[in-house]
Design a protein around this ligand. Sequence first.
Ligand code: ADP
Length: 269
Amino acid sequence: EAIIHLDVQVARLGARYILVLAEDRTEAYRLEEVRRDFIANISHELKTPIGAISLLAEALEPASDDPEQVRRFAKRMGTEATRLTQITREIIELSRLQSTDVLASAKLLDIDAIVSAAVDQNHVVADARGMKIAVGGSRKVKVMGDETLLTLALNNLIANAVQYSPDGSRIGVGVHHGDGVVELVVTDQGIGIPEDDLRRVFERFFRVDQARSRNTGGTGLGLSIVKHVVQNHGGDIRAWSQIGQGSTFTIRLPEATAETAASRGEKQR
Ligand code: ADP
């Protein structure tokens, strides 16, 4: 449905001339709605751990003669505080991404460095669960962008692949390029995502099966951060999945050559 604002102005010289201005405000209203939902979600997500910490703090005092109970409550408080920190960090990251133009300070980057860093960040958890992260494809490719943000984006995809896959399974990270496009592909043999949910996974705070996902400790912000990073780099992201078989996430970025970098340098000077 479209939302149209009408503005009627009667011209000064008699009522013979009437000016009607019609403005399509649909997009503005939609954005306002998205903003309101986001704030409602943030409040909800923050209230849950804060509420838990308050309750636990209240329960500590009467439990003071039972060291075992105190230890349990303290541990829970720590977990909730960690969750609060993670949510806050991701919300700040997301709002920063929405208000900055990363390409303004973009550098010519080696994909190899980004892939290695993102894979390294997941090795400890993957190893602990007997999982193997196999890297393949051509890695002598370059893109223009922000190294920290691109590493964060790829890291989020690999971390999800590890998180939502069984112990001992295999994660693939591939780099392909051609026709001026670089593809970063993360494949897993995990639980998969139902078809109806697949197009919603990039929404802020969306999680497949909230109840089950809560146990894995995520926030539902990871993929929306990935999407923003990729879009800020002039790229896009797509997902395929089959329940019980696994998922594939593909980031596509414009390939950069030394010439692209040089011509951008020219323009900036
Ligand atoms: P979270 O912090 O919950 O992982 P994300 O935004 O990264 O948030 O992902 C949103 C939801 O998409 C997750 O809660 C999970 O249900 C689903 N998901 C993401 N990646 C995968 C994957 N590789 N396999 C299965 N499900 C996934």
